[in-house]
Design a protein around this ligand. Structure first.
Ligand code: ZN
Length: 446
């Protein structure tokens, strides 16, 4: 219910769709043939084909696969079509050619926009999600380059105008970019954040121990471990690796709520994100008036907290990158249609979300998940992975859950962050981990 409510509001409030700024730029379209959008290795993701009679058709060769990130340019604009609208409608063709075109009253050819997107990784993510609703984000933690960004269900940008009325009245939210606009309960991927707060308050994970009998009861409210398993005696590493709810709910009662809220603010909950696509803010609410049972739920990623897959990828990226979050970006460079460089973009740091020492401590926990915990299916590959699974309950009877995974590969010198959510699928280790593994496998076979 929450999810659909969010779709509705997002869609209604999406100011990008009718941005007057975009409408003003569109008058250039009378003089310029809109440029192409390409992947980082030069595959065409969107191009304008001009027929002999001069009529133009915007063509998206990959159809649904890149729909949300590349976007569309009819019925308003979205994705990179909106972000790069100005460049696509500018022409840096040779001056003499432009003069000649103007004399002949012919259009100039717009600039091409090269993105950071990788076709092979995008295809892997799209196929791995299959018929499931959900999202996948893959980015380079050291630069912020977004290599893949998939949201399901999608739409075919080639037939957008024909499908528009159906799409805007659909309850499935095909037009919503779940990767950036979807707000989900984080479930156990949030234990990364709870662990950081514990580390900040205690200076180390060393003093922690817990005996798990499969559940914990406080004020008459019982929180159970997944499938009711009793995890036995645990230190912090084991509790994190096995994703023990009883241990985290119990330690949630000991955390300073104001300090926890401050840490979440530093990780950009309730804050603006450095994301160029339309997104929704993640939310975290905890203070002295919060009931104990809610504090317990919050520490294990349930309760009132919501997060987008992109935001979770950014937190993971900061852990992978020694605490420093790089601004995620999608546009690498702009070239004239003859290949002359017009503009280049490069990596930039947003700032430090945590200290290098904190990032290292969290990395150790996330390695344990793969070595001995819920992410074991990612072990034994030619690359190493550190990550966290999540199984986020979202219905009041706890019968439905979203499957999460967030993590990064090549732990010593991180290459790739992958964040996956599969809606209403089941457990993270069963449904999200295999998708992440396909992404890592594809990355290392590029
Ligand atoms: Zn447990």
């Amino acid at each position: 219910m929450l999810l659909y409510f969010v779709y509705f509001n997002v869609f209604r409030s999406d100011d990008v769709i009718n941005s007057p700024y975009n409408r003003r730029q569109d008058t250039f379209a009378e003089r310029v043939v809109r440029g192409s959008i390409l992947s980082s290795d030069g595959e065409v993701l969107a191009e304008t084909q001009v027929a002999e009679d001069g009529s133009e058709t915007r063509v998206y060769p990959y159809g649904e696969m890149f729909a949300h990130v590349v976007g569309y340019e009819s019925e308003g604009k979205s994705g990179i079509e909106s972000l790069a609208n100005f460049s696509l409608l500018s022409s840096h063709a040779f001056f003499t050619e432009k003069v000649a075109n103007e004399l002949r009253e012919e259009k100039n050819i717009g600039d091409n926009v090269y993105t950071t997107l990788n076709v092979s990784l995008q295809a892997t993510a799209y196929e791995a999600l299959g018929s499931h609703s959900g999202a996948v984000v893959a980015l380079e933690p050291s630069t912020g380059r977004i290599l893949a960004l998939v949201s399901n269900p999608g739409f075919d940008p080639n037939t957008l105008s024909e499908d528009w009325e159906t799409l805007i009245s659909s309850v499935d939210g095909e037009l919503l970019n779940r990767a950036t606009q979807g707000q989900y309960p984080p479930g156990s991927v949030f234990k990364i954040v709870t662990a950081l707060e514990y580390y900040r308050e205690n200076g180390s994970f060393d003093g922690f121990s817990y005996d798990c009998g499969g559940s914990v009861t406080h004020d008459g409210y019982t929180i159970s471990c997944y499938n009711g398993s009793a995890h036995g005696h645990e230190d912090f590493r084991t509790a994190f690796a096995k994703s023990c709810n009883a241990a985290f709910a119990s330690l949630g009662l000991t955390l300073d709520r104001a300090s926890f809220a401050r840490t979440c603010g530093e990780l950009l909950f309730n804050e603006e994100l450095p994301v160029s696509l339309p997104y929704n803010k993640s939310s975290f609410a905890l203070d002295d008036s919060t009931e104990d049972t809610v504090a317990m739920m919050t520490a294990m990623g349930q309760g009132e907290t919501t997060v987008s897959p992109m935001h979770m990828a950014m937190i993971t990226s900061a852990v992978a990158n020694g605490g420093v979050l790089m601004n995620p970006y999608l546009i690498e460079r702009v070239e004239s249609y003859t290949g002359a460089r017009v503009e280049s973009y490069s990596a930039s740091a947003y700032g430090k979300l945590m200290t290098a020492q904190e990032a290292e401590a969290l990395t150790g926990l996330m390695e344990a998940v793969v070595q001995e915990g819920t992410g074991r299916a990612l072990g034994g590959a030619s690359y190493t992975v550190a990550g966290k699974t999540g199984t986020a309950e979202f219905s009041s009877d706890k019968s439905k859950s979203h499957a999460w995974f967030t993590g990064f590969s090549n732990v010593e010198s991180p290459d790739l962050v992958v964040t996956v959510i599969v809606e209403e699928a089941g457990s993270g280790s069963e449904y999200a981990v295999p998708i992440a593994k396909k992404l890592f496998d594809a990355y290392y076979s590029l």
